[in-house]
Write a protein that binds this ligand. Structure first.
Ligand code: ATP
Ligand code: MG
Length: 445
């Protein structure tokens, strides 16, 4: 993309309404625009990152054997009357009447609807196990929408639902979700710690939240800090292998890590003092096992091999897709702007032309731009007629992990400059070598 033709409405001033750094940078970098409290338009660069995050979520769900579908945002109230949650959910649910005076709602989550789909089409244990998921907008009329996309009213969530014959099978689905989530967050450059949590309105007795440590997080967390060093890496996982999946879950949950709701002071004090940490975290996902909480009242049953009809065992598993943008920025920025991890960056690298209008410099930038694109990369070329300082400030703010700077002085020596946004370190090299280096960096991502 050429910046002169893009839509990147960067703000020079700090917006007064933004209290935390991710909200401030998302507004300043022209990623989002608020349309009402907790409701945002996703401007092109914000939208691009959102799509990259979605893509990673999809890839990791599919790798785990889960199946995508799409349910609507609007739901009939009657489904929620069946589970009993229509009255329980309270003011967070946006209730709407259609022209026929029928009660509808904007879905805050989809347990009821997926259970309805299941009961309409599945009848036999032979069709199990089954895990369906979607990535869809949710609405929760939060009392205090704040911190930008972090606590919105309309927000994008991945929510997945497993259907199994036995509790044992459903717990395997739970574990599969835990492992797939670990890899999902790692690919986004995040350390998200699974912490034992309380279940809230979804219900159930087994649940973990995934928290990204950040001083601006809304949850108080208690943990053994050795948990932050655990990594899944590029370990190949056979998601059908129960022992292997369970082993990984045990590895990641054996150290103490809990939210305030499940915190146990006595157990916490067992941790060696040097590793005992109290901090704050951003909840970027949660997994639940809840058994037959929905299948029983809603009549979602299957016939077993013995011919008995039993309610299906279920769980639900969510990732805060739009919240993740905020969480990633909270975890990765400096005082000049965002520092995107390679896995989610809106553009792979920036090209800064230090002397727009100079024939040789323009030609070198064009050549780089085309060579990067020919390698399947997505560069952002700052071809505006602007001072170098302004171009650098924009690049630093929007946080592309790599920048290639092209100017007449370097070109006279046959070099351009490749700079890492994270370390600030620069290296001079020929244009071709810079293209190869960028291609190499992204080859494994
Ligand atoms: P919270 O405790 O933050 O209100 P929750 O526990 O009610 O969230 P879940 O039902 O677990 O939310 O939803 C799954 C994920 O969706 C959460 O882990 C979070 O990342 C995201 N999420 C929930 N509410 C919001 C919101 N208002 N804005 C943005 N993301 C949200
Ligand atoms: Mg939650």
């Amino acid at each position: 993309m050429r910046l002169s033709r893009y839509f990147l409405p960067v703000l020079k001033e700090n917006p007064a309404e933004a209290q935390i750094v991710s909200h401030r940078y998302m507004l300043r970098a022209g990623m989002i625009k608020q349309q009402a409290a907790g409701i945002y338009s996703w401007l092109p660069m914000g939208f691009k990152v959102l799509k990259r995050i979605e893509q990673i979520v999809h890839e990791e769900q599919i790798r785990a054997g889960h199946i995508p579908l799409l349910m609507p945002t609007l739901q009939p109230a009657d489904l929620w009357r069946e589970s009993g949650r229509y009255d329980d959910y309270g003011a967070e649910m946006l209730r709407i009447k259609d022209r026929h005076e029928r009660d509808m709602l904007y879905g805050p989550t989809n347990e009821e609807m997926i259970t309805d789909i299941f009961r309409s089409h599945v009848n036999s244990y032979k069709d199990l196990p089954l895990t369906l998921y979607h990535i869809q907008w949710k609405f929760r009329d939060e009392v205090r929408p704040r911190f930008g996309v972090m606590r919105g009213r309309e927000f994008l969530m991945k929510d997945g639902y497993n259907f199994d014959l036995t509790k044992e099978d459903a717990l395997h689905a739970y574990n599969r979700h835990m492992v797939s989530y670990l890899r999902t967050y790692e690919r986004m450059g995040l350390t998200a710690i699974p912490m034992r949590a309380a279940s809230g309105p979804i219900g159930g007795d087994n649940t973990h939240e995934f928290l990204v440590l950040a001083s601006t997080g809304e949850s108080e967390v208690f943990y053994d800090d050795r948990v932050t060093a655990l990594k899944l890496g590029d370990r190949e996982v056979d998601f059908d292998n129960r022992a292997e999946v369970l082993g990984i879950c045990e590895e990641f949950t054996s150290l103490y890590a809990r939210t305030d709701e499940t915190h146990d002071e006595a157990a916490f004090n067992q941790i060696p003092e040097a590793h005992r940490k109290v901090g704050r975290g951003i909840e970027v996902g949660q997994i639940f096992y809840f058994g037959t909480k929905y299948s029983e009242p809603m009549g979602a049953t299957v016939v077993t091999a013995e011919g008995n009809r039993v309610p299906v065992e279920m769980g639900s598993h969510g990732i805060g897709v739009s919240r993740l943008l905020g969480a990633i920025i909270e975890a990765s920025h400096d005082d000049k702007g965002i520092i995107w991890p390679e896995g989610v960056t809106p553009f792979h690298c920036g090209i800064v032309n230090l002397k727009q209008g100079d024939n040789a410099t323009d030609a070198a930038c064009e050549g780089l731009y085309k060579a990067l694109k020919a390698k399947g990369l997505d560069p952002l070329y700052d071809d505006r007629d602007e001072r170098a300082g302004a171009k650098f400030a924009t690049m630093d703010l929007i946080g592309l992990p790599w920048r290639i700077t092209v100017g007449p002085r370097g070109l006279a020596n046959g070099v351009v400059e490749l700079t890492s946004r994270r370390t600030g370190e620069s290296e001079e090299m020929g244009a071709e070598a810079a293209v190869d280096r960028i291609a190499q960096i992204y080859a494994g991502i």
